[in-house]
Design a protein around this ligand. Structure first.
Ligand SMILES: NC(=O)c1ccc[n+]([C@@H]2O[C@H](COP(=O)([O-])OP(=O)(O)OC[C@H]3O[C@@H](n4cnc5c(N)ncnc54)[C@H](O)[C@@H]3O)[C@@H](O)[C@H]2O)c1
Ligand SMILES: [Zn+2]
Ligand SMILES: [Zn+2]
Length: 391
């Protein structure tokens, strides 16, 4: 089959690789009809996430048709059309039973790598580094899905791929980011980053009852989408001092919660942004935290910082003293996708939201390398790319 393989920084190629096979009796094989490129893939593309090996297949937002199931799979059958959460989870362990799917105890065969660095490992993930299990991803014609009874969700035929594909990641991710803000009536939520995750965080904050959402970015078409589709008020961080502007817009109090939909590759205009860039390029720091520092400054006292943006290792100059003194709450992590898929599918079916609004490009799988560059460099008004294997 054809698949998008990672080789090194900015070097990804579509190659012929062996088809995946059933390995365990609870696996399924999916023929992929749609698969997207995510901001998390960009951290891999930019070689900022450790433990990828040349030839690894990327991609963790994918859906398609079940073409084979292991003998112990009960909830799926050949021919089912499914979305596949990017988090691989066993459904049986203490964490899965509590709905904490992204920290499943059983799905990462390389947990030992992470235990040393982090204390404990999170779940296995499709198409990430070997620290997350080294599972082949879904930017391919086929994928093997482990624990197939506890991830894939069957999709009714009348809903097209573009409407449901993002149940695999970015819709639940934006939703959990907003849920983590514990929104109360009258709340003002500020969202840093108007990429795909930020767009879903904006929509979800309103779905969960926010009175106002203020969105921050510098890319004009992303700010426009936040404003027109998301109904957010917007700030361009290259034009205004974000902390001062937010203070003014909230009567001096600051937003009730701040969502970091940027992650470890934040850029910025303040001196700390230059400091981060230099240190990261010298490999003296792994994560650039410009947006996160700004949030700690801007958030109201006893407010919440919700972090769906991915961080990999260590941050310098993290103002923990101000966070402490202001009594801030922090919530973060890879999304517990399985917790939200059914509930959000219902919202799509009811017509409360059509997640396809975020798609700007459909490309063939063969065009994926060009797509990565376009999405990373924010060229050609690119906000979200869907790849169509087999077309
Ligand atoms: N927690 C999860 O499970 C999960 C799931 C999906 C994605 N993510 C992460 O979410 C983040 C966003 O993903 P995406 O697909 O939207 O990526 P993206 O790269 O398209 O979006 C990031 C946006 O942040 C903006 N930005 C950069 N610096 C900024 C700053 N200082 N202030 C405000 N905006 C700034 C960029 O212009 C860009 O529009 C990534 O870190 C990704 O890895 C996490
Ligand atoms: Zn993703
Ligand atoms: Zn588990």
């Amino acid at each position: 089959m054809k698949a998008l393989c990672w080789y090194s920084k900015e070097d990804v190629r579509v190659e012929n690789v062996p088809d995946p096979k059933i390995i365990n009796s609870d696996d399924a094989i999916i023929k992929i009809t749609s698969t997207a490129i995510c901001g998390s893939d960009l951290h891999l593309y930019d070689a900022l996430v450790p433990t990828l090996a040349p030839g690894d297949i990327l991609g963790h937002e994918f859906m398609g048709e079940v073409v084979e199931t292991g003998k112990d799979v009960k909830n799926l059958k050949t021919g089912d059309r499914v979305i596949v959460p990017f988090v691989i989870a066993c459904g049986q362990c203490w964490f899965c039973k509590k709905g904490l799917w992204s920290v499943c105890d059983n799905s990462n065969p390389n947990a030992w790598m992470v235990d040393k660095m982090y204390g404990y490992s999170g779940a296995g993930l499709f198409g990430f580094g070997h620290y997350a299990g080294g599972f082949a991803g879904g930017q391919a014609e086929y994928a093997r899905v482990p624990f197939a009874d506890f991830g894939p969700l069957v999709i009714p035929d009348h809903l097209p791929d573009d409407k449901v594909l993002f149940l695999t990641d970015i819709f639940p991710t934006g939703y959990m980011a907003a849920e983590n803000c514990d929104i109360e009536p009258g709340d003002v939520i500020a969202v840093w980053g108007c990429g795909p995750v930020g767009q879903f965080a904006i929509k979800s904050a309103y779905m969960l009852g926010a009175e106002r959402v203020i969105a921050i970015d510098r890319v004009p078409e992303r700010l426009k989408m936040a404003q027109e589709e998301g109904k957010a008020e917007v700030l361009n961080y290259e034009e205004v001092n974000v902390v001062e502007a937010l203070r003014e817009m909230t009567g001096g109090r600051g937003p009730d919660a701040c969502i970091d939909a940027v992650g470890m590759e934040a850029h910025g205009v303040n001196p700390d942004a230059i400091y981060d860039k230099v240190k990261q390029s010298l490999r003296l720091e792994t994560d650039r935290a410009v947006a996160l520092r700004e949030m700690i400054q801007a958030c109201r006292k006893a407010g919440t910082i919700s972090v769906p943006g991915v961080y990999a290792m260590v941050i310098d100059k993290f103002p923990f003293g101000s966070a402490f003194d202001k009594g801030l709450n922090f919530k973060m992590g890879q999304t517990h996708v399985q917790r939200y898929t059914k509930k959000l599918l219902d919202r799509i079916e009811k017509g409360d939201i059509d997640p396809s609004f975020v798609i700007t490009h459909h490309l063939k799988l063969e065009e994926a390398p060009k797509g990565y560059r376009k999405f990373r460099d924010k060229k050609d008004n690119c906000i979200k790319i869907v790849l169509k294997p087999g077309e």
